[in-house]
Design a protein around this ligand. Sequence first.
Ligand code: GDP
Ligand code: MG
Ligand code: ZN
Length: 288
Amino acid sequence: MKEGLITKLTGGLYTVVDENKVFHELKARGKFRHTNESPKVGDHVLYDEDFIMEILERKNNLIRPALSNIDQVLLINSCKAPDFSFHLLDRFLLLIEHESITPIILITKTDLMTPSELKELKDKMKYYETYYKVMYISTKTNEDTQEIKELFKDKISVFAGQTGAGKSSLLNLLDVTLDLETNEISKALGRGKHTTRHSQLHDLFGGFVADTPGFSKLEFYDIKEEEVPDCFVDFFELSKHCKYRGCTHLNEPKCAVKTALENNEILESRYINYKLILEEIKNQKPKY
Ligand SMILES: Nc1nc2c(ncn2[C@@H]2O[C@H](COP(=O)(O)OP(=O)(O)O)[C@@H](O)[C@H]2O)c(=O)[nH]1
Ligand SMILES: [Mg+2]
Ligand SMILES: [Zn+2]
């Protein structure tokens, strides 16, 4: 049997690319029909002439969109239109960290901020740069995209971010042949619930990029309350100095996170968002 990567699924037919970049059209073996683990885009699989025989172990597994083995999420946040939100940024980071995927923060539409607004934002974003790669871009001002293109090599990447943040515009700037529709909000919403959109991986800059945005639903149904502290990487690093194991950094004495907050070593907005999100997760009703 040979090994390959699923890049596409249409009408029950899988497209699998092998190590020589040769594409094969394959069906899934019958046994997958009787399990709820059917092959999905992003899976590394073993296959023979016509059939996918085995799914190799996944390092992560997204339900919506259906994608597996994602290496990184390019998290797109616009400066304005929609306005930059630290709350949204922290929500996205939690969701991405929870799936053990590496986030890369890309701040778009820098042309819409005044120099002083942009400086203020960049100063605050320095905090995140301790833990994450942070990059700035405007698709309107012919900026150099080389550094962004280099992110993709040998990786499976997904774009995420609010509608209108500039995901499609950025992808078009990176590769004009993609020719994605931009600013088609009304159209996207009118598409109807029943049309399933399957994701596809595009061969781009030496890696693969998914064409559907990941983490489009910013809900926390899969995240347990006790998982939240570890998904805030900055708090996680400090937590080894908290007196209590499993410290939630709320009311426990001798909490390293709260000490750091008092000493201005962590961003106040980050702690506020942490508390808000934790409260939200505590109060959410189980989904049936
Ligand atoms: N001023 C400015 N507008 C942008 C920039 N990038 C995208 N836009 C605009 O923002 C709107 C939404 O962009 P789009 O790429 O469709 O966002 P998506 O929903 O995240 O895919 C469009 O009208 C774009 O022209 C940018 O860097 N600067
Ligand atoms: Mg788009
Ligand atoms: Zn603590």
